[in-house]
Write a new protein. Structure first.
Length: 321
């Protein structure tokens, strides 16, 4: 994985978009304009890019060139204020011409097209107006046996609103991808398309869809599913940030006692208890203040020992012999 992400945190609203203030390999403006905007704040940033693509075959897009990869993932956070009057390409990769592409349709659904410009998959979910949506994609290049996956998410949600799942046996390009373009390109007729772009990323060493921008990726697990009074379990957490660093983390439980520090803790069941479930909550915050939280559970069982034979504490199983 070698995710590279650009978001718009420098400059002021109204500034013309350039390679300098976006950090992109290049910004292509042909039949359109691009400016920084704070009219629609991105889910994790105060600035977005307002791309206005006009006229026949007009294009406004960010591009990454100089790649040579057969596996590529990317995402694009978009905010659409109006549906296009004709299909608009918002993402495409190839060798100067499109080998794979995503088009936004007049009903705001999204279509994936292969290297022959044949429609392979169209979302059933229509991108809602005036809402940040993350368009994520993953492709492996091959003349006839390539793969593709496209998914749509609301903002930073990890739950897909629509997901093509992995499409196999696809014509995703005869040559390795050398460039990636993300933005808006009017394809036919005279039309105007004005999306906001909040952030975009690419990964030329991808093995699947990219992670949401700005959100740490967290996990937590226990080496035991059940504990009896006085028993312990090892709780192990993980935390990574695809576009920054983890600044802090915390772990807590609603039953039992956690000891230790860092990402590995020990859960001690109480000395006496009734059957209950301990929920262990783990949270991590990155260097930008974004926090992700996850949980795991451990069943805490009442003692298997029964008072019998005058309170001698002989196990129930022995009294049955």
């Amino acid at each position: 994985m070698s995710l590279t992400r650009w978001n718009f945190t420098s400059g002021s609203s109204g500034n013309t978009i350039t390679a300098t203030n976006t950090g992109a390999s290049g910004v292509v403006l042909s039949g359109g304009t691009g400016t920084l905007s704070n009219a629609q704040s991105m889910v994790t940033s105060g600035l977005s890019a307002l791309l206005t693509s006009t006229s026949t075959s007009g294009a406004v897009y960010f591009q990454k060139t100089g790649m040579s990869t057969t596996a590529l993932s990317f995402d694009l956070y978009v905010y659409v204020t109006a549906a296009p009057s004709a299909a608009v390409a918002i993402a495409w990769a190839g060798t100067g011409s499109r080998e794979v592409s995503l088009e936004l349709n007049t009903n705001r659904t999204l279509t994936f097209k292969n290297s022959a410009y044949t429609s392979v998959w169209t979302s059933t979910y229509a991108i809602p107006l005036n809402t940040w949506v993350r368009v994520a994609a993953y492709f492996t290049q091959a003349a006839s046996t390539g793969t593709a996956r496209i998914a749509l998410f609301l903002g930073n949600s990890p739950t897909a609103q629509d997901d093509s799942t992995l499409l196999t046996g696809q014509a995703t390009g005869a040559s390795a991808y050398t460039d990636l373009r993300l933005g808006a390109k009017c394809s036919t007729g005279t039309q105007t398309q004005t999306p906001y772009v909040g952030s975009w990323s690419y990964d030329p060493a991808a093995t699947g869809l990219p992670n949401p921008y700005g959100m740490p990726v967290v996990g937590v697990s226990s080496n035991k599913a059940t504990l009896y009074p006085g028993e312990t379990a090892t709780i192990t957490a993980t935390a990574t940030d695809p576009d920054g660093t983890i600044a802090s983390s915390s772990m807590s439980t609603d039953h039992g006692t956690l000891s230790g520090s860092g990402l590995t803790r020990t859960l001690l069941a109480p000395a006496s208890l009734t059957d209950q479930t301990a929920t262990i909550t783990f949270s991590a915050t990155d260097n930008l203040g974004n926090t992700s939280t996850t949980t795991t559970t451990v069943t805490l069982k009442a003692s298997a020992w029964k008072l019998c034979n005058g309170g001698s504490g002989i196990p129930l199983a022995e009294t049955l012999l």
